[in-house]
Design a protein around this ligand. Structure first.
Ligand code: ARG
Length: 570
């Protein structure tokens, strides 16, 4: 199905062509009217194209409005102010559009979807349990992936796990010195966390341990068999733990190339940088200096002792992706603290002449009102704890509202609602604002929250069930009447999901979707309060039933773009 805005724009384009001959017009932008007084859609194209058409906006608008090509979409057009055009659609046309929703796929062929959009997110550092700080990267990245898929892009989600850092030397020592076998069998990653802390404590007393750790790391990197075995085990233990949480959050990755995957490529990368005169020696290290106007600090790509750095591995990652994919663009999701890192290595790959589109999608870190989370201070909330708490609170609500459901169904609803609430609370924030963590806010079930939307969805399912009991099921051949204000407003708004998804993809802002869905649910409630469904004459009944059913479909589809599930009753 061609987007409604495109269909309308086409009428204006044909009109302009007929009146002015074919011109290189600036796009004819059609947007939903901000107020029903101004019609259903509006366009400012007469103003934007006044120069191209060598006339004044008002005159262009008048000319176009008086000579609109024949069509069966538009009921009437009006000119407002200096040359805005307000567009009123034919009711039958809008009704037909609503009927195609979720039956026909939207045509996004005008987007440049060639190649792979590679999205790098979650990316925890191995051997620690994920905490709430990992929530944002994981679910923002996952939502971006879903949105791009919806728009017809091929995506590759890569979990760029931190599996090659200095922590491994320390862990290997900690493991040999302090491991409690039973505890390790019981909960491996927790025990690894403990020996890591033991190491830190011991190294405070005896700094020579740090040297030992570096030796073990070097042995590992040089291929020592026993160290490699341990290293692989640590990774496996960690991934087992992460995958449990990814499963609960319905997050899937296509690849798990960690930093270690690029180890062998790094010497070559530094050679290339040296050959091209991009990296130069400075006090024994290899360093890239940037032009003054970039305001970037110099970036070390190889240390004096020969070690490579985080930036080096990220440059190698781009090389690898260039060689193995047909890149549309690269998208990285991390917190705000890594902005300089991304600016630096993006710039370096530009200097290398690697022509790759890439975006760093950063988000504000989550803090407690008292300050930042820190493992050291012990004020970390583990992701699993958070999900469990969400589920617990949701279960209490279900028990109260729906005591009659089976235990199994209650469990399922609680998981979907609890996890959904947490994801939504996060995704509904502008990603660049800092988030203050508050249990009550993140687990709220009222207002602009997932549970409210899930509830609206379930409510429509219940209407559909009741209809079915009375022999009234949605009829695809019904006419859709939009005579009531609330019917019309709902119908118009239902056409907007693809548009909002496009905006969310351009800006990497899932909160545009949450805003849209919340507004949609409110519009549905207004409609349902003023337009009863099941006790009406057939003609009205079927029309409204279809509107309700399509609303549910759009709610579900929209929530799915956020990685949030629905249930049929709650
Ligand atoms: N492991 C890193 C961290 O925890 C995030 C990696 C992000 N991705 C990347 N390609 N640098 O800070």
């Amino acid at each position: 199905m061609i987007l409604i805005e495109k269909q309308i724009a086409d009428i204006f384009k044909r009109t302009v062509d007929a009146l002015y001959g074919e011109q290189e017009l600036r796009a004819i932008d059609i947007t939903m009217a901000t107020n029903e007084k101004f019609g259903d859609f509006q366009t400012n194209f007469a103003m934007v194209n006044a120069k191209v058409l060598k006339s004044n906006p008002r005159a262009i608008a008048e000319n176009v409005v008086n000579n609109l090509v024949e069509n069966n979409l538009i009921e009437k057009v009006e000119i407002a102010g200096p040359g805005f055009i307000n567009i009123f659609l034919k009711e039958e046309f809008l009704g037909e559009v609503v009927k195609t929703i979720s039956k026909e796929k939207y045509d996004f062929s005008f987007l440049d979807t060639e190649g792979d959009v590679i999205i790098d997110y979650s990316s925890p550092n191995i051997a620690k349990r994920m905490h709430i700080g990992h929530l944002r990267s994981t679910i923002i990245g996952d939502s971006i992936k879903r949105i791009y898929n919806y728009l017809g892009y091929n995506t590759v989600s890569d979990n760029h796990i931190g599996d090659w850092g200095t922590q491994f030397g320390k862990l290997i020592i900690g493991y040999r010195k302090w491991l409690n076998e039973d505890a390790y069998k019981e909960n491996a990653i927790e025990e690894l966390e403990r020996v890591y802390v033991e190491f830190a404590k011991a190294a405070d007393e005896d700094p020579s341990l740090e040297d030992l750790a570096r030796e073990e790391l070097k042995k590992l990197q040089d291929g020592d068999e026993e160290n490699n075995r341990l290293w692989k085990e640590f990774i496996q233990v960690s991934l087992d733990e992460y995958n449990k949480l990814y499963g609960r959050m319905d997050v899937k990755f296509d690849t798990y190339y960690g930093e270690s995957h690029y180890h062998d490529m790094m010497p070559g990368v530094v050679e290339e940088l040296k050959d091209k005169g991009i990296a130069v020696e400075d006090q024994g290290a290899q360093v890239v200096f940037f032009d003054e106007e970039t305001k970037l600090h110099p970036c070390i790509v190889q240390k004096k002792d020969g070690a490579f750095l985080y930036s080096t591995s990220d440059i190698a990652t781009i090389k690898f992706r260039k060689e193995n994919y047909n890149i549309n663009k690269l998208v990285y999701v991390t917190d705000e603290r890594q902005q300089d890192h991304f600016r630096q290595f993006f710039k370096i790959t530009d200097m290398l002449g690697w022509d790759v589109k890439k975006d760093h999608v950063w988000f504000g870190i989550m803090r407690f009102a008292e300050g930042i989370f820190s493992t050291r201070k012990g004020n970390v909330i583990r992701l699993e704890q958070l999900l469990d708490e969400g589920k617990k609170r949701a279960l209490a609500v279900v028990e109260e509202k729906n005591p009659g459901l089976s235990a199994e169904e209650k469990e399922n609803i609680a998981e979907v609602v609890g996890v959904g609430a947490i994801k939504y609370a996060d995704l509904s924030q502008n990603r660049q604002s800092a988030v203050i963590f508050e249990w009550d806010k993140i687990l709220s079930f009222e207002g602009n929250t997932a549970p409210y939307l899930q509830y609206s969805y379930a409510r429509i399912q219940s209407i559909l069930r009741k209809g079915e009991e009375n022999g009234k099921v949605v009829r695809e051949d019904t006419a859709v009447n939009l005579g009531e204000k609330a019917e019309k407003a709902l119908a118009l708004f239902l056409t907007q999901l693809p548009n909002v998804a496009m905006k969310a993809s351009e800006t990497y802002k899932p909160n545009l979707l949450t805003d849209y869905l919340f507004e949609l649910a409110k519009k549905f409630n207004t409609f349902y309060n003023s337009c009863p469904i099941l006790n009406q004459e057939d003609e009205v009944l079927y029309s409204r039933l279809l509107l309700a059913e399509r609303t549910a479909k759009v709610l579900k589809e929209g929530l799915d773009l956020l990685g949030i599930k629905t249930v049929d009753r709650m």
